[in-house]
Design a protein around this ligand. Sequence first.
Ligand code: 5RP
Length: 218
Amino acid sequence: MDQDAMKRAAAEAALAYVENGMVVGVGTGSTANHFIDLLAGIKGRIDGTVASSEVSAQRLKSHGIPVFDLNAVGALPLYVDGADEATRQLHLIKGGGGALTREKIVAGASERFVCIADESKLVSYLGRFPLPLEVIPMARSFVARELVRLGGKPVLREGFTTDNGNLILDIQNLEIMDPVKLEGELNMIPGIVTVGLFAARPADVLLLSTAQGIETLK
Ligand code: 5RP
């Protein structure tokens, strides 16, 4: 099975968490895209969705799946999204697609966060994938200097603006031994809107697609 087929298999496994009448939180990225395409097959069973990005909202709408504003619905029962890296503790790095802020909001508003990923995303510790930070434009250089002080190497994502009108700094060289602590520390730096560490609110379930089948981590 190639990587894309594994992503689709993980997305397919997440359908088992979708219950009749739900409003489902939907993530962003190639794995989430598989989930969106599969959700189209059962769209009559759900009330609708909340999307974590404009691009996912467009894809959902193209399938005729209703997309609601988060403010128009209550707490969500379920959020399904991919990740750039995941540990067995279900701590994640997200934001490779630049949608980390809305992803973190929708994850935070959801009772259950089901992460879907192929086996290449599983790591012993986070940080090989550069950690995305969404940053207010005027704070870009200040935040970059603060990250250098912490031992990181910040790289501006060239030519990219988030759905919220901000920039992304990708931080290389971080060995993240305590993701909850680092997430808290980075959250204190003025100008950082969102840290791409999902550790304080980790996933609740990781559906990891392997050559042998789906491994469910909780
Ligand atoms: C987007 C994300 C994605 O979930 C992450 O980048 C994984 O993407 P893919 O499923 O394409 O590997 O966080 O901001």
